[in-house]
Design a protein around this ligand. Structure first.
Ligand code: FAD
Length: 316
């Protein structure tokens, strides 16, 4: 089923979550161990992130360095198929522009269609860790809007082959939104207009970057509605769990903590202090979002489902 069909059929806010493929060499059991505790809350869909290659420099023994490419977390599509098979729940693979030519994207989408995967979260992807800015594949897409357009074209039966109409695909396309602005955007307004273009190109729902201040989400939804973005906007929440997260999350995801939260975080002495506060904060955020009618609450588990379980048990 499509994500939007789940949302349309729901009587109250849905529960969904996002997982990362395990590090290369770990078994699928590590994925199941993370999902099993959350199934009692009846997620309607589970997202699986996509991780592109990284470059490492290996010593060659003669004083020279060799640049090698490695994908540390492969397996997004296989995990989606395994989840759907084991749990009978929809899986949403993330598909990125980075590292894909348009033809490789088309072929990846054909694989998804054959596997019965109806949903895709279409993203540009971040720059490779060792590169300062995003570089598209020479035959690929520079922005998510172009990827979304390609998927929409396939939904119309327009593949890359000239002139021939083929069997249309039927993907429900999600796009990313940033209540606190994407870090490269000139300002929130230009970023919102870019989001509108993604929706106009065929995205039928939006999932937000994590935020810790609900007001930012509510303002974002209002601004989206004001410029004609009418699709469901799913809030993304992440419980802070460790002392390291306190500085890592703002740095990596370009988000702020509201003052009330930062004041409390400063008092934390251990990971368990942070986790307790993070869970409680997320529960309060979730309660308000549900009360205000958010279509779904999407939790970033980042490979740890314990905190999300504690939150979900209070909300769903
Ligand atoms: P875009 O929508 O293309 O926007 C990127 C930037 O370009 C924005 O600043 C936008 O304002 C600007 N822009 C857009 N169009 C134009 C244009 N035509 N001209 C000039 N500027 C333009 N990354 C991964 O690698 N794997 C994942 O699995 C993953 N999952 C994610 C899930 C969610 C819910 C979110 C919010 C993010 C996720 N990301 C993931 C991170 C994402 O790939 C990065 O934030 C990336 O930098 C931007 O992706 P996007 O799809 O929002 O890009």
């Amino acid at each position: 089923m499509q994500v939007t069909e789940h949302i349309d059929a729901a009587k109250s806010s849905l529960f969904s979550f996002e997982i990362l493929p395990p590090l290369k060499g770990k078994s699928i059991q590590s994925i199941y161990d993370g999902i099993d505790p959350l199934m009692e809350f009846e997620p309607k869909f589970v997202n699986v992130t996509y991780h592109r290659e990284e470059y490492l420099y290996k010593e060659k023994g003669n004083g020279l360095l060799e640049k090698v490419s490695i994908r540390k977390r492969p397996g997004t599509v296989g995990i989606c198929a395994a989840i759907m098979n084991k749990y009978n729940v929809d899986a949403v693979p993330h598909l990125i522009c980075g590292g894909f030519s348009k033809e490789e994207t088309e072929n990846a989408l054909i694989d998804l269609q054959f596997l019965g995967i109806d949903n895709v979260l279409a993203l540009r992807g971040d720059p490779i860790k060792t590169e300062s800015s995003f570089r598209p594949d020479p035959n690929g897409h520079s922005y998510a809007v172009e990827l979304i357009q390609q998927i929409s074209n396939m939904n119309e039966g327009e593949y890359m082959m000239d002139d021939i109409k083929l069997e249309p695909t039927n993907f429900c396309i999600g796009a990313a939104g940033y209540p606190e602005k994407h870090f490269e955007a000139m300002n929130l307004q230009t970023d919102l207009l870019r989001l509108k273009r993604k929706v106009d190109a065929g995205a039928s729902y939006v999932v937000t970057q994590m935020f810790f201040d609900n007001k930012k989400y509510f303002d974002f939804v209002k601004s989206c509605r004001n410029i004609g973005i009418k699709v469901p906007i799913i809030p993304g929440l992440k419980p802070i769990r460790t002392l390291n997260h306190i500085s890592f999350l703002p740095k990596f995801f370009h988000i702020d903590y509201p003052e009330e939260l930062s004041t409390e975080l400063l008092k934390c002495k251990s990971n368990s202090d942070v986790e307790e506060l993070g869970i409680e904060w997320s529960i309060q955020q979730s309660k308000e979002l549900v009360k205000e009618g958010a279509p779904c609450i999407h939790y970033y588990t980042m490979s740890n489902s314990d905190a999300v379980k504690s939150i979900a048990s209070q909300i769903f």
